[in-house]
Design a protein. Structure first.
Length: 263
């Protein structure tokens, strides 16, 4: 009788422990689900804003002609924003719907997409870092080639690109304004985009720094903040991947536990 009583107490204690553990797991699962939903809701909303901005720029190109940015640059920026907005919107929507409905397929698809994006970002970062000297050299070569073709009737892309860079970055020439003196058409005066006012421009009023120098200084001075920004995005992606993985495993375990008891 004593053994039977002890066995009964042991069984009740075991059931109590299992019940408590199950309650804790359910609470953790619900907490993770809410966090994942809120995180992806923010991404979904941000994706919608980016997508809307891209569409607005795309359909309003003619209304934005007064900006110091060329038509081709605005068009490229609009297409980039639309593409980026679509990706962020879709990923955020999958995360929201997957966490809200606790759909394992959606969570798996969300995890797969975020993982692919994360791996792509790492590969791109490694490629850029490993080839930074070659990329820098290529940019300088392209800028020099565009300076040679600047102002020609059949070279509007180069002309618009240089005008945009010089106006937005407030720079002139490759390394310095005097670089333009190597071209016959600009021995006396640089292009108008070299000066703050889009009127008559001379070398005395031109921006003092070259465009390559300006970009190089910006990258060197802001590289720490760029690195922190990339690291922040990577951490958020890792958090999203971890939460989705945990929630999916939690749903599978809960389903496996509930099915026999429901029967």
């Amino acid at each position: 009788a004593v053994v039977s009583t002890q066995s009964g107490h042991y069984g009740r204690d075991t059931n109590y422990i299992l019940s408590t553990m199950n309650s804790v797991q359910i609470c953790c699962g619900e907490f993770i689900r809410i966090i994942l939903f809120v995180l992806n809701f923010i991404f979904w909303a941000a994706g919608g804003v980016i997508l809307g901005l891209g569409i607005y720029v795309k359909v309003s190109l003619n209304d934005l002609k007064d900006l110091d940015v060329s038509h081709d640059t605005l068009n490229t920026a609009a297409l980039f924003l639309i593409g980026l907005g679509c990706v962020v919107f879709v990923v955020g929507l999958l995360g929201c719907c997957g966490s809200l409905t606790q759909n394992r397929c959606m969570l798996l698809l969300y995890f797969t997409l975020v993982t692919l994006i994360f791996l792509g970002e790492i590969a791109l970062a490694i490629a850029v870092y490993a080839n930074k000297d070659a990329v820098t050299k290529q940019l300088r070569t392209q800028f020099k080639d565009c300076m040679t073709s600047y102002g020609k009737a059949n070279e509007t892309v180069c002309t618009d690109t240089i005008d945009t860079l010089q106006s937005v970055l407030e720079c002139c020439g490759e390394m310095k304004p005097a670089d333009w003196k190597n071209f016959t058409s600009y021995t006396a005066n640089p292009p108008k985009s070299c000066c703050p006012q889009d009127e008559a421009c001379d070398y005395a009023d031109a921006y003092p720094l070259g465009c390559y120098t300006t970009i190089d200084e910006f990258v060197n001075n802001k590289s720490k903040y760029i690195g922190f920004g990339v690291l922040g995005v990577a951490i958020i992606e890792l958090i999203g991947m971890s939460l989705a993985c945990y929630l999916r495993v939690h749903i599978i375990k809960r389903t496996t536990y509930e099915e026999p008891h429901a029967a």
